[in-house]
Design a protein around this ligand. Structure first.
Ligand SMILES: NC(=O)c1ccc[n+]([C@@H]2O[C@H](COP(=O)([O-])OP(=O)(O)OC[C@H]3O[C@@H](n4cnc5c(N)ncnc54)[C@H](OP(=O)(O)O)[C@@H]3O)[C@@H](O)[C@H]2O)c1
Length: 355
């Protein structure tokens, strides 16, 4: 059966890794973004803005995707604005592919903010959710752009007759440049800055995150999960957590990351030391490092997203996800987290993004 994918957000951390997975699996893959580029070999780029319905329809005319993967979002100042903008992006896309009558399945990638609450009330207010997080936990009684995106998918599925799957990763570790949230690259750049300046690789987060159990989601494992759910009937019309499958503590992983870079680790010392104010001063030092080592990205802001790493590592509870639902339905892929980070660091070095 011919499988033609439309990846929406194809240059992002999720979308680019999914493109590689589907192309390797023999799919025809169209990749939509405002600047889709040619980063993934074999990807057919579609340049369009999801907030421009007419331009979007024109860009998608003539395409007949069987599977749509929504791996995109835009960051806004408030959750109300996130809901308005991110809901419209999903709605506009599902309206634009409608005339082709070709779509059989739509996969939507959201995340653990589904359980933890949106950024403006991120794991801070009210009752904290029980961990490990489970898919059966009800929606929180506060507004959340993930709920708005889900509701757009459910409404279009009922109208147009396609199946759907929802994917909720934890922090995604993988390669992307210029995207919104990338903890792996942020820590790689931070460690490189520490090494070049002789600073210790200081833990920036909370006691709960330092001492508690954690997991993350390798972008390559997320891609395998998206492929699995889109092509496995038992997984249709279901929502899933997606994580590597191992649990560990940052107080175990942090010294190992430090060891990879040859920097001195410094653990939780009773105070949270956010990365954002520290790295805000590091632009000139990064440009020096780039010049000295012949690297390719002098703009620290295109590689590092310290605001997001601070939010994740500063949470007041330990956060990990339950994978039982996927496992019971047959998804058994597993990814050791240490290798997620080390593979990414090797890749960043090979691509001359870090020294
Ligand atoms: N990154 C993480 O650690 C993480 C963790 C958990 C959950 N999530 C969730 O995963 C989902 C996907 O996020 P991600 O991190 O993979 O995204 P990302 O890396 O920031 O990539 C976003 C993609 O969407 C495209 N895009 C943005 N605005 C667009 C527009 N108006 N029109 C067309 N394309 C547009 C971007 O390309 P252009 O800028 O060129 O348009 C890019 O290809 C989000 O719901 C996010 O909250 C992410």
């Amino acid at each position: 059966m011919t499988r033609t994918a439309l990846i929406v957000g194809a240059s992002g951390i999720t979308g680019a890794n999914l493109a590689r997975e589907l192309i390797d699996d023999g799919w025809t893959v169209h990749g939509l973004a405002r600047r889709p580029g040619h980063a993934v070999e074999g990807l057919r780029p579609v340049a369009a803005d999801l907030l421009d319905p007419a331009g979007l329809k024109a860009a998608l005319a003539g395409l007949a995707p069987t599977h749509v993967f929504l791996t995109t979002w835009m960051r806004n100042a408030t959750e109300a604005e996130n809901i308005r903008v991110n809901g419209a992006m999903v709605r506009n896309l599902l309206d634009a592919v409608r005339p082709a009558r070709s779509v059989r399945h739509v996969a939507l990638v959201t995340g653990l903010k589904h359980y933890l609450g949106p950024f403006d009330a991120y794991a801070t207010g009210g009752t904290l959710p029980q961990t490990p997080l489970r898919e059966e936990q009800p929606r929180l009684p506060i507004e959340n752009f993930y709920y708005a995106q889900e509701d757009e998918v459910y409404a279009a599925a009922a109208r147009d007759g396609f199946t759907w799957s929802i994917h909720r990763p934890h922090t995604v570790i993988g390669q992307a440049v210029g995207n919104a949230m990338n903890m792996g690259t942020t820590l790689a750049v931070y460690a490189s800055l520490c090494r070049e300046s002789g600073r210790p690789f200081r833990w920036p987060g909370s006691a709960a995150q330092w001492n508690g159990l954690s997991d993350v989601t390798d972008a390559r494992l997320l891609a395998k999960h998206l492929l699995w759910a889109a092509t496995t009937e038992l997984a249709w019309n279901e929502a899933f957590n997606v994580a590597n499958g191992d649990v560990w503590r940052w107080n175990w992983l942090w010294p190992r990351l430090a060891g990879w870079f040859g920097v001195e680790p410094a653990g939780f010392d009773g105070t949270v030391h956010p990365l954002e104010p520290t790295m805000a001063q590091d632009g000139p030092l990064w440009r020096e490092i780039v010049a000295r080592h012949g690297l390719v990205e002098p703009d620290l802001g295109r590689l590092a997203s310290p605001w997001h790493t601070d939010l994740d590592l500063g949470r007041p509870i330990e956060v990990m996800t339950d994978m039982t639902k996927s496992r019971k339905l047959g998804f058994t892929a597993y990814q050791p987290t240490e290798e997620s980070f080390f593979d990414l660091f090797e890749q960043l070095r090979a691509d001359r993004l870090i020294p």
